[in-house]
Write a protein that binds this ligand. Sequence first.
Ligand code: SF4
Ligand code: SF4
Length: 334
Amino acid sequence: MIPGFLRDLEHCVLCEWRCGVNRLAGERGVCGIGTPEVAAAMLHPAPPASYTIFLAGCNFRCLNCQNWEIAQYPETGEPVRGLVEPRTMAEEGLAALRSIRGRLIGADRLFFSGGSPDPSLPYIEEVVREARRRDPGVKVNYDTNGFMTEASLARVLEVSTSITCDIKAYHDDVHRALTGAPVAPVLRNAREIARNARELLWEFRFLVIPGITGDEVAPVAAFIADIDETIPFNLLAFRPNFVLEHHPRAIQYLMEEAVREAQAAGLENVRVHGYRGVAGEPPHARALPVRAGEDILARTIAQRAGCPTESRDCATCRLQQQCPIRRYRAKRSR
Ligand code: SF4
Ligand code: SF4
């Protein structure tokens, strides 16, 4: 018996791929998942400290994915908890937030992440309904890659008290090369959140990947500053992951340069996360093909990993359901 809250999945248009497939009848869209499945759930100290629920699956195929075992489920065959009853998930989350450890780390909200939570939106809404039935004041963070439809975004704004949103690149060719998806819906949704739901926006996040996204810092920062210069912008330092497991990490010099560029674009609230003072020599960074052909470098790496397309458009790709990127197995552990 299919729970009523999953009816959306009978003609799934939750994200901008708008696949229109019946996920409950075994059809699969770009994300490749059927019913929503919880990969893991735990207290998490990263700001905003929370009880984080990781949903399996993703509508992107990012070469750099740090949660690839979860995001590229079910291809990875990772064990997941499955479709946990929303009531059970809500009760678990509330109990964790009230626990001693939850209070010690300052966890004050349920945080939905992944993979991408977008293919699991109806499930998330049901978990939040159950949680708010027990605690009407419980906060909810939605962590997104920004690729939901406008209708889904309206639903996200309805359930959320905070939103963390990735902007992975500004230019379409770089965004596609890195993620397999176009950037326009992401920028549209980012603009909508920043303009009309500013009070919900915790931060925009941007991953600095040497030679791939370095040139994107300034245009992304300018895009945000043009809306509101006070919006928090969190620059994350790349560490080798997934298909980019042999790619050089973002060294201190690149991160400092990224901060300078974001501030020069007008942003007042620039944060840095994840590099922990990793040193490096500027000449080494300069020796990389930084600032030229960023999309070409990412596409070349994707092609070496088996992606046969020039455009990296996962919706039209003949290999969509046998995607070699999704089946990539990183040899390095995180
Ligand atoms: S990729 Fe998006 S539209 Fe397609 S089935 Fe998954 S969630 Fe639905
Ligand atoms: S092989 Fe096809 S589905 Fe897989 S990442 Fe490349 S374009 Fe996307």
